[in-house]
Design a protein around this ligand. Structure first.
Ligand SMILES: [Ca+2]
Ligand SMILES: [Ca+2]
Length: 185
């Protein structure tokens, strides 16, 4: 019996499905924020979009994002100078869809470091494969990968990189851990 093979195919299907969900979500986010940009070109929101998606169910994963030394943005601090979180998805508790996903976007693209973390807030079952995508509104996908969260309350840096002049600085990307979540919970 090739149960291992069957498992890996199932896992791959889940990832393909998550990627499709992420793609749809990014389109929704971009279409939601771009009209504002057209109305007021001096205030360009959504220049950089970070999105995560994880398998359907009651698992609660959180997206945390940070610009430089600003306060990190996540469910308990939803907006700062550069980043804003669109929604804290609690799993199945606070929406009527099987979708488990969160997105954050930037207003503007100041030079400096951008970091994207994922954290298990309520993960009864692990590991949790989290699809992560970072996209420039003008310029396409910067980075896309799956990050596995291995235990409840685990926080991992998916990607961090520097921007200069609206471009990713070559060689600046890493996944060196940067703590964002502060305090309990
Ligand atoms: Ca969440
Ligand atoms: Ca949900």
């Amino acid at each position: 019996m090739s149960s291992g093979k069957a498992t890996s195919i199932g896992f791959r299907d889940v990832l393909l499905c998550l990627n499709a969900v992420l793609g749809a979500l990014v389109l929704i986010v971009l279409s939601a924020i771009n009209p504002a940009a057209k109305d007021d070109p001096a205030q360009l929101p959504g220049n950089l979009v970070a999105s995560i998606a994880w398998p359907a169910g009651s698992t609660d994963v959180d997206l945390w994002v940070q610009y430089g030394d600003d306060l990190a943005v996540g469910y308990s601090h939803r907006s700062d100078r550069v980043w804003s979180l669109l929604r804290d998805d609690l799993g199945t508790a606070n929406d009527d869809t099987p979708l488990n996903a969160e997105s954050a976007f930037t207003r503007g693209l100041p030079d400096g470091e951008y970091a994207i973390n994922v954290r298990c807030f309520g993960c009864a079952k692990v590991p949790v494969p989290v699809s992560v995508e970072v996209r420039l509104a003008e310029g396409g996908v910067v980075w896309r990968a799956t990050v596995d969260l291995l235990k409840d309350k685990q926080e991992r840096t998916a990607i961090r990189f520097r921007m200069a002049g609206g471009q990713v600085v070559p060689g600046s990307a890493s996944s060196v851990f940067k703590q964002m979540k502060r305090g309990e919970g």
